[in-house]
Structures are given as structure tokens and as C-alpha cells.
Ligand binder design. Structure first.
Ligand SMILES: [Zn+2]
Length: 516
């Protein structure tokens, strides 16, 4: 993403009246309990949704679960359950995990819901009517865990590269989506929408896939029945891509509620991991173009959070349960680490040491220390009543610059850069206090100005940091004597210098972030 693109996005946001913002996570496959890989995408999407709510946009944030397919049928059988009963037992564990992580999704879709079946049927029929779905025979090597056929050069001596297990030979009659016809249409579409994929290098990767040639892909099976039937040939059920990807349309009423569909589609961002980029950025827009549906406006593609250098997944056997780490570091400490530590798009190394270090540096030392210093001196020298900031404060321009950089980074889905920009304001304010040493000053107008400036920074920081640390931001807000909810503040006006009014009761309280 170039700066030019970033500025276009920011300008688009600033000039709109009440615009809507639709963001999604992948739907998570219910063959495993929620793990840190799921939590990563979900926290990024949640923070992005919270930022756009602060901008005053009408936001829809969707997550959900993927519940069909052979793996689910097999897992259910192993437990002596029907596939539906098995899915019913796993889906709530995702809802519970997201509540625990303070995820404020507006909707949760399950692919076994009737609303989803209706949209999948509509999309399949539209692609079939366009002539892009045809019956053919497939022979090939198939990884059951991936639910994907592979060519020999995509395998390591006959073993799946992801699962490191041998693949099986399959031959069957399938319906195919004629992806091979969409090479030029996709390249043309991406040429017309050069900033649709962030970070930019992932967009280049997608062009590379397309230019390398596209193969038709199978969309149906007759050998399984745990899925949605092909509407014109019910011996077949569709599986994987038409079933999973279509959730993004089902949740906005595609094929069922035209007013909702027109309001929310196309989606603003699909937040995804790099392992599903081909399906989301090549298969999905081709399916939509075939059906006469506008492709997504954006995709935000994250790397993997590695744990000891391995992708964190059930198959790799190295699951870190996010809930276990939250108990130790707190919800906000966990969210903040995930968002701030790794530039979005790159792979990150998740370590318990890193989690603790980030918590201590950003939350305990920088933000926590600033809140505690200011509240202590206001308590001792101002009778606990917060003074107003100076209109001509040296921190006013620092705050304006921090806001601009924070907004520009969120506009291109770079949470780590956004938080770095917000924290630069906290660090500058701690340095400002060290320079002026209000704890040594006599009560009076000079002292009041310094403390008022610091309180004003805390007001702005509470708003800008709230997508990452929603509960702690609200706590800071209340400590400095403000009423109402941080999440109800509206940017950019709420970030304008001078919003902190004198006279509020500043509360010292227990440390917000005790050192770990
Ligand atoms: Zn595999």
C-alpha cells in the first residue's frame, strides 16, 4: 500500500456522510476448538470494526462457523454423533471464546442455518445459468484434511505439505467451476482496483497466481451427503468453496432480502490469513463475477502467528488455548499484544515472553504510568479536580500528528502502526511530564496547564486505543473524570485538542495495569 492509496482511503472516509462498513472474519471450521490462529483474525477484524464505529460509520462485523464437509462427518462419526449434533456442540465454543476476548461482532453465521442454504442455492444457480458450472470427471490426488486436490508438484513425495500426511487417489463425477475462463477478467478487475488487497505485496502475490494460469475446481461430490445439495442435481452436494465463501453473502440477505443486500454488499474487508488467500482473492471474485455479483472492495491478508516456528493448528498439535493466556495477562493485554506486536501481513512469533514484555512496556510502563502520575499529582496538588489543557500546548500538534498517523494506519489495516502512532503520543507526554516535573511544582496556573495537557492526552488516547484495549480505555476515561462511553465518541472531532473540560473528579485508584 502506497501512501497515495492510504491517503485516498482516509479522504474517502473523511468526506463520506454516514457510510456503512462491512467486515468479516473467515468462518472457522468446527473440527477443532478455537485456537490462537482463529483469535488472531477475529481480534484484528474486531479492532477494525471498533475503529470504524468511532468514525461514525454504520458497521456490520460478521464472524461464524463452517460446519459442512467430510472432515466434520468423520469427526462426528468418531464421537458417535450426527454431524449436526457434533457441529451444535462445537459452534458455541467459538461464541464463548469471542465473548471472552471482548469481540463485538454484530452477527454470527453458521453454515447449517437455513438463511445460508438459501444464498448458496441462489449463487450456485446463478453461476450454472451463466454456463460456468459443468459436469466432468475428476481424477486426482486429494488431501482429506485440506479437502483439496493437488498435483504432484504441489506435494512432497505424495505427502500434503500442510498436513504432512499421504494423499489419496480419487476419481469421481463432479461439477466444476470453470475458473480457467476468468484469468483475464480477474486481472482486469485487479488493475481497476489496485489497492483492494492489503498489504500491497499480497496483492502482487495474487496477480502472480492468476498469471500462472487458473485451473477449474471441483465444487460437488456424490460420495458425501453432509452439505448443501446442488439445486439442479440433488445427487450432488456442494462442498468447501461454494458453501464456505458464500457465508459472506448469506449474512447480508443475498437471494432473500434485497434491501439488506443492497445496503451491505460489497463487503469492505474480508480479514483472512495468508493460507486462504487463493480461495478468497481468486476463486471468490471469479464466482461472484460469474454470478453478476460485485467482488469485495477489500481483503486484509494476515500472516501466521507462529509458535516455536510452526503454524498453530490442530494438526500441528501445538494449540495454545487463547483462554488460558487471557486468564494470566488479561483480555486487553492479550488483544494488545496480538495487534501491536506483529506488522499485519507478516508472520509473527507468539511467545509468552513477548506477551509479557509487550504488556509491561506499553500498558504497565507507558500508559499505566502516565495515568498513575497524573492522577497522583492532581490528587495532591489540585484537590483531585482536573484542570483544563492549554489551547497553545506543545502537545497539541503532537496529538494532531498522532491522530493523523493512527487514522492512516487503520485505513490500510495496519493495527501495529496505528497503535505505534497512538503510543508515540503517550511517550511524548511522559517525556513532557519529566521535563516539567509537575510533582515538584507549586500549585498554580503553570502546574494546572501541564496537568491539563496530560489529562487531555489521556482523553484522546483513551479513544484512539479503544479498538485494541476497549475495557482499559473505558477505565482510563472514568479515571480522568469523564462520563459516558469511549465507544460513543466520534472521530475526527473527538480527537480535536481542547475537549477535556476542567472540573472533573480525577480518581487515583489501584494501578490499571499491575506489572507482570
Ligand atoms: Zn492437507
Amino acid at each position: 500500500m502506497t501512501n497515495e492509496h492510504a491517503h485516498q482511503r482516509v479522504d474517502a472516509v473523511a468526506s463520506a456522510t454516514v457510510s456503512r462498513f462491512y467486515v468479516t472474519t473467515p468462518i472457522y471450521y468446527v473440527n477443532a476448538a478455537p485456537h490462537i490462529g482463529h483469535a488472531y483474525s477475529t481480534i484484528v477484524a474486531d479492532a477494525l470494526a471498533r475503529w470504524h464505529r468511532l468514525l461514525g460509520e454504520d458497521v456490520k462485523f460478521l464472524t461464524g462457523t463452517d460446519e459442512h464437509g467430510l472432515k466434520i462427518a468423520q469427526a462426528a462419526e468418531a464421537k458417535g454423533l450426527t454431524p449436526q449434533a457434533f457441529a451444535d456442540s462445537i459452534a458455541p465454543t467459538f461464541k464463548t471464546a469471542w465473548q471472552r476476548l471482548n469481540i463485538a461482532n454484530d452477527d454470527f453465521i453458521r453454515t447449517t442455518e437455513p438463511r445460508h442454504r438459501a444464498s448458496v442455492t441462489t449463487l450456485l444457480q446463478a453461476c450454472y445459468d451463466a454456463g460456468d458450472i459443468e459436469l466432468d470427471v475428476y481424477r486426482g490426488k486429494y488431501c482429506v484434511a485440506c479437502e483439496e486436490y493437488y498435483t504432484d508438484d504441489e506435494l512432497d513425495d505424495g505427502y500434503c505439505r500442510i498436513h504432512k500426511t499421504p494423499v489419496d487417489e480419487y476419481e469421481e463425477e463432479n461439477y466444476f467451476f470453470r475458473l480457467s475462463r476468468f484469468e483475464q477478467r480477474l486481472l482486469d478487475w485487479y488493475d481497476a482496483h489496485p489497492s483492494a488487497i492489503v498489504p500491497e505485496f499480497r496483492g502482487n502475490e495474487v496477480r502472480g497466481f492468476i498469471k500462472g494460469g487458473l485451473r477449474d475446481f471441483s465444487i460437488s461430490r456424490t460420495s458425501i451427503d453432509w452439505g448443501i445439495p446442488i439445486p439442479w442435481d440433488t445427487r450432488h452436494v456442494t462442498y468447501v468453496w461454494f458453501d464456505a465463501l458464500t457465508n459472506y453473502l448469506s449474512a447480508v440477505g443475498y437471494g432473500a432480502d434485497d434491501a439488506q443486500y443492497r445496503k451491505w454488499w460489497p463487503v469492505d474487508y474480508h480479514v483472512i490469513g495468508k493460507d486462504i488467500i487463493r480461495f478468497h482473492c481468486v476463486y471468490w471474485p471469479a464466482m461472484l463475477l460469474s454470478a453478476g455479483v460485485e467482488p469485495p472492495r477489500g481483503w486484509a491478508v494476515g500472516g501466521w502467528l507462529l509458535f516455536g516456528g510452526e503454524k498453530i493448528s490442530k494438526t500441528a498439535g501445538n494449540i495454545v488455548n487463547p483462554l488460558d493466556l487471557i486468564d494470566d495477562i488479561g483480555v486487553d493485554g492479550f488483544r494488545h499484544y496480538v495487534l501491536a506486536e506483529t506488522p499485519y501481513g507478516a508472520d509473527g512469533d507468539f511467545t509468552v515472553e513477548g506477551l509479557t514484555a509487550r504488556y509491561n512496556a506499553d500498558l504497565a510502563n507507558n500508559l499505566g504510568n502516565l495515568v498513575s502520575r497524573v492522577a497522583t499529582v492532581v490528587g495532591k496538588k489540585c484537590g483531585g479536580v482536573g484542570p483544563a489543557p492549554a489551547a497553545d500546548s506543545a502537545l497539541s500538534q503532537v496529538a494532531a500528528d498522532a491522530y493523523a498517523a493512527t487514522a492512516a494506519a487503520w485505513a490500510t489495516v495496519q493495527p501495529s502502526r496505528a497503535l505505534e502512532a497512538t503510543w508515540s503520543l503517550i511517550r511524548a507526554t511522559n517525556a513532557y511530564l519529566e521535563q516539567h516535573e509537575p510533582w515538584k511544582a507549586e500549585p498554580g496556573p503553570t502546574l494546572d496547564r501541564v496537568l491539563g495537557d496530560a489529562l487531555e492526552v489521556l482523553r484522546i488516547v483513551a479513544i484512539l486505543a479503544s479498538p485494541s484495549i476497549p475495557d482499559a480505555a473505558q477505565a482510563v476515561w472514568e479515571r480522568i473524570g469523564l462520563t459516558g462511553r469511549v465507544e460513543d465518541q466520534r472521530l475526527p472531532s473527538a480527537a480535536t485538542w481542547g475537549g477535556y473540560a476542567s472540573g472533573a473528579a480525577v480518581i487515583k485508584g489501584e494501578p490499571l495495569f499491575p506489572r507482570r
